[in-house]
Write a protein that binds this ligand. Structure first.
Ligand SMILES: Cc1ncc(COP(=O)(O)O)c(C=O)c1O
Length: 430
């Protein structure tokens, strides 16, 4: 890759640069395994002394190209694709955290992540302390313990849409010699590059904007390559891994230590691999990510402004609006746009919300965001329904909240659909 390339060029051409006579389009290498004639070569691959492919659970050429593209876009030295965003988050944490240890996380998280942290990680012996992301540095620091391994947050909270105070979070994490792990799903590397704002590890649900067409579930972990794993607190990266011939990740792989460990230890043992066909589809999606994110952001801002003046709407939450509590941060950290997701409160609460969802025609009721097609959802009765009301409120969900993922259709058509569904929501027999 030419290091001068801008992100739009990387989106289109990064990751895969064919040589003379090779396919112009990234091929799908639908093969579990790879043939060799020389046993010595295979041993070198196994011993991580040579780069190459031998089994697609660990690495595959199509997936490798997608990983390279995302690492280039985020400006990190390496990335690893996973079978889902949830798998990316789980592996990102398990790579540096085991039973008896602890993490600190912003409370304003995607519902699936909240459940992982509040239910499944504790069952594995990993405790999680949730903090209000607007709390002071001093209060967030109080949540840290000797055994705390990372601080975790989302660039744009889903569905609360609060924009993270990166300076505060990175300063707090680094003060305690912990990496800051950021879920950059809703922002995408086009709108925000967390490594430039102090993050150390980035995770994505590729299922959302990277795919962009609602075809595939997948995730990515990106290593920023800058965290000081040699600070004395992360023996899993500095001491020999007896399950891999006593390899010492930091010593052998330097700025790729974290992501190589994730691959050769956790992907090897747990196996949530990204299917090559999905990597092909994600790569195809990312080729237009920069164009789509511009249009998603423009359309969402137009819809947010429309909703702000609507008599049947009690509040609108979109970081691109001047009255949004995170607007100054949105301007600072997301100068190219505030992405395509917005929420609003419908007059008539829960019942009107249900009628609104059933009343849209162009906008589809689906449990998804980031699609080129506009989507609507009522989180309190769907994605966040496993949470208690208290947990829902703490992750930013109220009973009247409608979440819209604004697509890249004509903004006027989207607005007309919302308008008619709002009026329909107030009728008796909608
Ligand atoms: C912000 C965020 N992170 C992670 C995930 C989980 O990703 P996946 O559904 O690909 O497992 C989602 C899913 O909606 C999400 O919105």
């Amino acid at each position: 890759m030419n290091p001068e390339w801008k992100i739009d060029t990387i989106a289109v051409q990064g990751g895969y640069e064919p040589r003379s006579g090779e396919p112009r389009v990234l091929p799908v290498v639908q093969s579990t395994t790879f043939k060799y004639e020389d046993a010595g070569h295979v041993s070198k691959l196994f011993d991580l002394e040579a780069a190459g492919f031998f089994y697609s659970r660990l690495a595959n050429p199509t997936t490798d190209a997608f990983e390279r593209k995302i690492a280039q876009m985020e400006r990190g030295p390496g990335a690893m694709a996973t079978s889902s965003g949830q798998a990316a988050i789980t592996l990102a944490i398990l790579n540096i955290c085991s039973s008896g240890q602890h993490i600190v996380a912003a409370s304003t998280l995607y519902g699936g992540t909240y459940n992982l942290f509040s239910t499944t990680l504790p069952k594995m012996g990993i405790e999680v302390t949730f903090v209000d992301p607007e709390a002071s540095s001093e209060d967030i620091l109080k949540a840290f313990r000797h055994e705390t391994r990372c601080l975790y947050a989302e660039t744009i909270g889903n569905p609360g849409l609060n924009i993270l105070d990166f300076e505060k979070f990175s300063a707090v994490a680094h003060d305690r010699k912990c990496p800051l792990i950021i879920d950059n799903t809703l922002a995408t590397p086009y709108l925000c590059r967390p490594f430039e704002l102090g993050a150390d590890i980035i995770v994505h649900s590729a299922t959302k904007y990277m795919d962009g067409h609602a075809t595939s579930v997948g995730g990515v972990i990106v290593d920023g390559g800058r965290f000081d794993w040699g600070c004395g607190r992360y023996p899993e990266l500095t001491e020999p891994d007896e399950s891999y011939h006593g390899i010492r990740y930091l010593n052998n792989f330097g700025d790729l230590a974290y992501i190589i460990k994730a691959r050769v230890q956790l992907m090897r043992d747990l196996g949530p691999t990204q299917a090559p066909l999905n990597s092909f589809l994600f790569n195809l999606g990312v080729e237009t990510l920069h164009l789509r994110m511009q249009r998603h952001s423009e359309n969402a801002l137009a819809v947010a402004k429309f909703l702000q003046g609507h008599p049947l709407v009690s509040w609108v939450c979109y970081p691109g609006l001047e009255n949004h509590p995170s607007h100054e941060r949105a301007k600072k950290y997301l100068p190219k746009g505030a992405s395509g997701v917005l929420t609003f409160g419908i007059k008539g609460g829960m019942e009107a919300g249900r009628k609104f969802m059933e009343g849209t025609r162009l906008i589809a009721l689906v449990v998804h965001v980031g699609d080129a097609r506009s989507c609507v959802l009522h989180p309190a009765s769907t994605t966040h329904r496993q949470l208690t009301e208290e947990q829902q409120i703490s992750s930013g969900v109220t009973p009247d909240l409608i979440r819209l993922s604004i697509g890249i259709e004509d903004a006027g058509d989207i607005i007309a659909d919302i308008d008619q569904a709002l009026y329909l929501s107030q009728t008796q027999h909608a």
